[in-house]
Design a protein around this ligand. Sequence first.
Ligand SMILES: Cc1cc2nc3c(=O)[nH]c(=O)nc-3n(C[C@H](O)[C@H](O)[C@H](O)COP(=O)(O)OP(=O)(O)OC[C@H]3O[C@@H](n4cnc5c(N)ncnc54)[C@H](O)[C@@H]3O)c2cc1C
Length: 400
Amino acid sequence: MTAQDCDIVISGGGVAGLSAAALFGQAGFRVVCVDPAPPITDREAEGADLRTTAILQPAQALLAEAGIWPRLAEHAAPLRVMRIVDAGGDTPEPRVVKDFESSDISDKPFGWNLPNWLLRRELVAQLDTLSHVEFRPGVAASTLFTRETEARVGLDDGTRLRCRMVIAADGRNSPMRQAAGVPVKTTRYGQKALAFAVTHPIPHDNVSTEIHRSGGPFTLVPLPDHGGRPSSAVVWMEEGAEAQRLAALDETAFEEEMSTRSCHLFGPLTLASRRTVWPIISQIADRMWAERVALVAEAAHVVPPIGAQGLNMSLGDMHVLLDLALAAPDQLGEAEMLKAYHRRRHWEVAARVKGIDLLNRTSMLSAPALRDARAMGLQALYALGPVRKTLMQLGLGARG
Ligand SMILES: Cc1cc2nc3c(=O)[nH]c(=O)nc-3n(C[C@H](O)[C@H](O)[C@H](O)COP(=O)(O)OP(=O)(O)OC[C@H]3O[C@@H](n4cnc5c(N)ncnc54)[C@H](O)[C@@H]3O)c2cc1C
């Protein structure tokens, strides 16, 4: 491959960009993927991404089709039940507990949970097997020049790549989206999420548990055992100042607070990783495309970490983009193809961003009367069997 003559330049080698490189590379396109930050592929290394991603059924099917899933399967913890707990009473105790069983809608688990650092490691290993994919860590995309027939991406090492399509997978502040002049709408909640891993004496039995009280949900998602003990990934959302206070507590005090916040459902929780803090926003790009540019993943949409939607929506973007590219490879990156991508994705992305915004606002409620209303809402929703099943299918991305 001559570097200046490839089909696709992917700006961004986060989990989304690396997935795009693997999917389009596997499909036979010549791909160059660049990222200024080399991927950290070791759990203990400083800066490792300790979040986990629950890969839901449609995303898993896409990764399986592209031959990536066999690398991931042995590290994944299946999720068979989603448990929603309302603990919004006077004391942090469960008062409404509802289980959503994957067996109600399918014979497969809802999804499979994997640590992000491990996803990066396995995706980079997959790229190594694809001769027409070049991954260039340590290099940023810095300029974009497009015309009807091609795009030129200037890199900060002084080289320039000519290609037929740019995939902007360079995160929520996407430099390629900004260079292409696509505006975004952003909602700030003043919230932050703490993400870390824990071990606990009571097994999780492949149940993902979301506990609501105020400030945002406290979610435990199953991981494989760690050091011989049951283990879960935790995302704990709180109002910003409170999240910073929790992040600064010494380990013993933090363990006490998180065990209380988890209503002791799994016994006393023990910290099994560093704590990382993530700002929470909602954001959606006005368009999923610009001339010769497709926006995917957080470059196009950001949602609070509720219901494991973020990366799954991103893989949904890539599924559609790849379908269109394979249907008419000669038209890769042309305006008609990119408009079709926008038409097929934007309405669904917008609906999900809106839905998750609503769930997050409900979850943040702190006034007791509103917390009671939330608990009643959960009861009512659960009582309507068909509505519940439809919502579960929508959560899986099975529709749309
Ligand atoms: C606490 C938390 C928990 C989450 N849990 C889940 C979950 O369970 N399930 C789920 O589906 N989603 C989850 N998400 C969302 C998910 O993590 C993101 O959707 C996912 O990381 C995809 O991000 P991305 O690759 O688009 O962006 P990023 O991970 O931000 O990657 C963007 C990349 O672009 C690079 N970049 C920046 N500038 C340039 C440039 N000029 N040139 C080239 N590259 C550049 C950056 O270095 C970075 O590597 C969670 C999010 C949070 C905050």
